[in-house]
Design a protein around this ligand. Structure first.
Ligand code: HEC
Length: 320
């Protein structure tokens, strides 16, 4: 019985069983097993198919300002790249806030579209629990169910009333505003940020610039490889470490297998794990002070406390 697939039947079966509870106690606990094996309580999804999208979707790009998305959208193959027109994004429930935008120097007034509203407009609120964000430099950020709810990530639609492409980022960051030429036409990069940093270990990994595509998916689909084999039945410490890896290192250091992770670094998860296992000082030095190891390297310091560092290392020790 898969309780995570059919909650209605599951509740019915449980109600009937509880009537015979004294007799069926042992059977009940045997049946309850699959629930225990669920890797992530937050990935419990009520439905298998989405609702009809309420925003028009195009299968070809029509303008440089279009936003590229994909996911299990009703009526489309989940792998298909779909394009949302900028004017249509403006019609969704947006709001204005004054916030610190990385690369802008000072606080700016921005018109923002909450990622949850975008997910609702695609009809995906009950069928996806993860948004994977691809950037034009190979960086890949992730927004899981808890972050979507708690930190309220948003897509920036306007800064001081102007659309993307004319925001005039500070020197050195211009490539984050434009994507590489795509089929001969210039396309604008998008930008995400969060309304609150509450509870985030590395808030900077939730503020990606240069966004080229949003993938709406399920944790168990995207990260499946990291929950099988060696990765089943992790200790609590190691499974918290896996979350640190996914939230912070995964953006640039992908695992060797599975279609996931960023590509800024060619040092894969398995190599980081080898350093953590056999050359821990080197691993710690790199994590805390990458610039001290290689000047100008595209990695920022991760200043974890002892507890978090132990969690991360405890996870890396189970990496084959
Ligand atoms: C923004 C991208 C980025 C993020 C995020 C990132 N790294 Fe890196 N990391 C790099 C780059 C780039 C290098 C240099 C090697 C290369 O050029 O591929 C590197 C190198 C390393 C090395 C040295 C590897 C070797 O073989 O010498 C370690 C160890 C490492 N990173 C650990 C981590 C850990 C742990 C995290 C997460 C807490 C992390 N990195 C997050 C980009 C990143």
């Amino acid at each position: 019985m898969k309780c995570n697939e059919k909650p209605a039947t599951c509740i019915k079966v449980k109600a009937i069983m509880s009537m015979f509870l004294p007799l069926l106690l042992s059977l009940n606990s045997a049946l309850a097993q699959p629930e225990k094996e669920k890797t992530e309580p937050e990935s419990f999804l009520a439905e298998k198919t989405g609702k009809p999208p309420t925003i028009p979707l195009n299968t070809v790009r029509r303008s440089g300002e279009d936003l590229c998305v994909n996911g299990p959208i009703l009526g489309f193959d989940p792998g298909t790249s779909l394009y949302l027109a900028y004017e249509d994004l403006l019609k969704l429930p947006t709001h204005t806030l004054t916030t610190d935008l990385v690369w802008m120097g000072e606080k700016r007034k921005a018109l923002v579209l909450p990622l949850e509203e975008l997910r609702n407009a695609l009809g995906l609120e009950n069928v996806t629990d993860l948004v994977v964000v691809d950037c034009n430099d190979g960086y890949q950020a992730i927004f899981g169910a808890k972050v979507l709810k708690q930190n309220k990530p948003f897509l920036v639609l306007q800064i001081e009333g102007t659309p993307p492409g004319v925001w005039g980022l500070k020197e050195g960051a211009a490539t984050l505003e434009y994507n590489r030429l795509e089929e001969g036409a210039e396309t604008y990069a998008h930008y995400l940020n969060v309304e609150t940093e509450k509870g985030l270990i590395d808030p900077d990994h939730k503020k990606p610039w240069g966004v080229t595509r949003l993938e709406f998916t399920r944790r168990e689909v995207k990260f499946g490889e990291l929950f099988k084999g060696n990765y089943t039945n992790l200790s609590e410490e190691a499974s918290l470490g896996r979350e640190i890896y996914l939230g912070s290192c995964y953006c640039c250091h992908a695992p060797m297998s599975g279609n996931m992770g960023g590509s800024i670094s060619d040092r894969k998860l398995e190599l980081l794990a080898a350093h953590a296992k056999y050359n821990q000082q080197y691993f710690l030095d790199w994590t805390r002070d990458p610039q001290g190891q290689m000047k100008g390297v595209k990695m920022s310091p991760h200043l974890y406390g002892e507890e978090q560092m132990n969690q991360l290392i405890s996870f890396l020790k189970v990496v084959p």
